[in-house]
Design a protein around this ligand. Structure first.
Ligand code: SAM
Length: 343
């Protein structure tokens, strides 16, 4: 008798083949930066122009190389992939990559994080190519503040959000990096905006990426924001924060069915549930965002490395994943900025 294939085949991988680290965490989520270029210049993400140099095109992984890496990763239980950057949509033909990755057996969840400036043009193609979800960065609803913060225009971003919803990339998630004195006063407006358009908004604590903005000055803990009257009027802070299976914790809105997410990499680390690996645009495999240690898959592949060699690098990366990610930016060595790592 032929046995039916289990519905979630990769959940059933023998323990020896599924990728896990020394602390028993299963690593099933790969975030892939497809470019270190961006059409915005958010202070918290990108170093000053004199300290920023994008990689030459030949240094960046080709779509075929990315596809191969994901195929191998999928045989080790990676089932969730997010395409990010830099800005992923500045790379030509990204919907083609989406189509390639969506077709890989075992990949059940394929998302993208984008600034949405080019999304109006691509939303439909992305949905058709198999993208299942989209996260959009939105740090201000005030066009002047938006321009000051990002160097770009707000209007195309709002058009992009609408296009994503019309293309069925729902529920759209909006991500706001919280910055004291810059956009923390916009939290109520952002919550109202998201509720009005039926999107979920998540507020992210500012992380100290060394080459970016002055972290001490602008960091604000989520807890402090949750004390504010205007926020409590909108969010049920008495409810237990629930996590779902992501880094975000959610609280329900007081009115209506939605919820608001909070991502607290600084005040409430979520390392114990971390299932992530990151692939940088130039082929570095990183198992921890703040730990500046990565293994080079690009050179291995270009030297003719086998799939077994790629698997070995994944296993090594899992083995060196630290138990806790430590943001120690007091040290003087250069940390890579988010634009280089991929957010
Ligand atoms: N360009 C895309 C975008 O804007 O969403 C994708 C790349 S961006 C690096 C991905 C995410 O990283 C964004 O949500 C951004 O807000 C977040 N991010 C970048 N630097 C950060 C920092 N210093 N602290 C917290 N979040 C940061």
């Amino acid at each position: 008798m032929v046995e039916a294939t289990p519905l979630h085949f990769f959940d059933a991988l023998p323990a020896a083949e599924a990728l896990s680290d020394r602390f028993g965490r299963r690593l099933s989520y790969l975030r892939i930066s497809v470019t270190d270029r961006c059409n915005l210049r958010c202070d918290y993400c990108r170093p000053a122009p004199d300290a920023y140099r994008a990689e030459a095109h030949h240094q960046i992984l080709s779509f075929e190389e990315i596809e191969r890496i994901v195929r191998v990763a999928a045989t080790m239980g990676v089932n969730k992939v997010r395409i990010t950057g830099g800005e992923p949509l500045v790379r030509r033909d990204v919907p083609l990559l989406v189509e390639k990755l969506a077709g890989i057996p075992g990949i059940r969840d394929l998302g993208m994080t984008t600034n949405a400036t080019l999304l109006e043009k691509y939303a439909h193609d992305l949905a058709k190519s198999g993208l299942t979800r989209i996260n959009i960065s939105l740090d201000s609803l005030n066009p002047l503040h938006f321009r000051r913060l990002t160097g770009g225009e707000l209007a195309p971003v709002l058009d992009g959000i609408q296009a994503a919803q019309e293309a069925g990339l729902t529920p759209v998630k909006l991500n706001t990096v919280l910055m004291r004195g810059i956009n923390d006063d916009e939290v109520p407006d952002l919550i109202d905006f998201a509720a009005a358009i039926g999107a979920t908004i998540r507020f992210i604590e500012l992380m100290p990426m060394k080459q970016g903005m002055d972290w001490q000055q602008h960091y604000i803990a989520i807890d402090e924001v949750l004390q504010r009257e205007a926020v409590r009027a909108r969010v049920d802070v008495s409810a237990a924060l629930h996590t779902g299976n992501t880094a975000a914790r959610y609280l329900p809105l007081n009115h209506g069915a939605g919820e608001v997410g909070f991502i607290m990499p600084m005040s409430a680390r979520f390392c114990e549930g971390c299932n992530r690996l990151r692939l940088t645009a130039d082929g570095g495999l990183r198992s921890c965002l703040p730990a500046d240690h990565q293994l080079n898959l690009r050179d291995l592949i270009r030297r003719g490395g086998s799939d077994e060699d790629i698997r070995a690098v994944f296993m090594r990366s899992a083995m060196i994943k630290p138990e806790i990610g430590i943001y120690d930016f007091a040290t003087d060595h250069e940390k890579r900025s988010m634009i280089h790592i991929g957010g």
